[in-house]
Ligand binder design. Structure first.
Ligand code: SAH
Length: 352
């Protein structure tokens, strides 16, 4: 067992089986042994590669989309330029470089980064210079908010419930024969249909973050762009552990593998609308980036001698690569136009 695995097993021996959200939170953010607290997991030498680490085009186009939304809303100054879960700071660096050409944007922007990992906070400060780091979106300044998050929501802890004869039984982490294993808690009632054996995933933390962001956008203006892999109204067990670019058992190496699950965008859209905001359907990443002009940008970079531009275009947009599984969803004030690449979702569609 990993050092963190031994701590978790000791805790289970003392307190009983552990909820999955607690297990995930501990694995990812334990101050001493947590996955994000201790390492830089990105890139070829790490465990996974994200869109901004594949190509500068991702951040450039996302930045220009944010800047266009800022112009469409009357160029409010000052405003908060924010990112949640900024990783190495690459996405924000690309956003800042690409938006330098937009008059007034950089001068009006006050940068805020929401980041839980002390280690990654340091990496981000190296990439971006002195920056305000916040623990939570509730700490964001009271100002118009132009926010982006890429592959943040998938890292938020989930609970899983399995449909059994007498209701829904929560999946718990326990110790069996000296190893971590899953067990089911006593069934509870949930207001939800499901076939026997079906798994339902709940991500309460994500809905709370999105609702808080949406409330601020309704009150002060702004836009949020959330990019992640997932579905609309997802079903089934999507918990996954990724280590050295390969999948493994989520209980095998606590603290040493990235634990994530597919984001279900439907409850997040519902939370945004409940807060009074307009929201888009989740748009496949390939479609969104093409609408923002990624093909022209890739051609331009290739012309200028960037040998990787064509490959990056393919990885970011091809349906067999990241183009379909990854989705972008936007939140904005109802009275403002939709940000570039997005269209408004009608209330009844999200609640259906
Ligand atoms: N956006 C980056 C990194 C994605 S990885 C990119 O696209 O490359 C997830 C990021 O979210 C990491 O920076 C991680 O430390 C951060 N994170 C995970 N859980 C968090 C939480 N509960 N609060 C704030 N940040 C969190």
């Amino acid at each position: 067992m990993t050092p963190l695995g031994r701590l978790i097993a000791a805790r289970i021996a003392r307190d009983g089986p552990m909820r999955l959200d607690d297990y995930m939170q501990t694995c990812l953010l334990h101050p001493e042994h947590g996955y994000y607290s201790t390492r830089d997991p990105f890139g070829a030498a790490g465990d996974f590669t994200t869109a901004p680490e594949i190509s500068q085009m991702f951040g450039e186009l996302a930045g220009l989309a944010l800047a266009q939304a800022w112009l469409d809303q009357g160029a409010p100054a000052p405003f908060t330029l924010a990112e949640i879960g900024p990783g190495r700071g690459t996405l924000m660096a690309d956003i800042r470089r690409a938006t330098r050409a937009v008059p007034g944007f950089a001068d009006a922007a006050r940068l805020s980064l929401v980041e839980a990992s002390p280690h990654l906070r340091q990496v981000q400060a190296q990439a971006l210079g002195p920056v305000a780091h916040l623990d939570s979106v509730t700490d964001l300044p009271d100002a118009p908010l132009f926010l982006i998050a890429n592959e943040f929501l998938d890292a938020l802890p989930i609970r899983q419930f399995v449909r059994v004869e007498r209701g829904w039984a929560e999946r718990m982490v326990t110790v069996r024969d000296g190893a971590l294993g899953f067990a089911l808690a006593a069934p509870v009632d949930l207001p939800r249909e499901g076939a026997l054996g079906e798994v339902f995933e709940d991500r309460p933390g994500a809905a709370a973050v999105v609702a808080e962001v949406a409330r601020r956008i309704v009150a002060r203006g702004g836009v949020a762009i959330l990019v992640d892999y997932g579905t609309w109204d997802g079903r089934g067990d999507s918990l996954q552990a990724l280590r050295r670019h390969g999948f493994e058992d989520p209980l095998a190496n606590p603290g040493e593998a990235d634990l994530t699950s597919h984001v279900d965008f439907a409850p997040l859209a519902a939370a945004s609308m409940d807060a009074g905001a307009a929201v888009s359907a989740p748009v496949p990443q390939g479609q969104w980036l093409r609408a923002l002009g990624i093909e022209a940008r890739a051609a331009r970079l290739a012309q200028a001698g960037d040998a990787g531009a064509a490959d990056a275009l393919h990885r970011l947009t091809d349906p067999a690569a990241m183009g379909h599984l990854f989705k972008a969803m936007a939140i904005w004030p109802r009275h403002a136009p939709a940000p570039p690449g997005f269209a408004g979702l009608e209330d009844h569609a999200a609640h259906a």
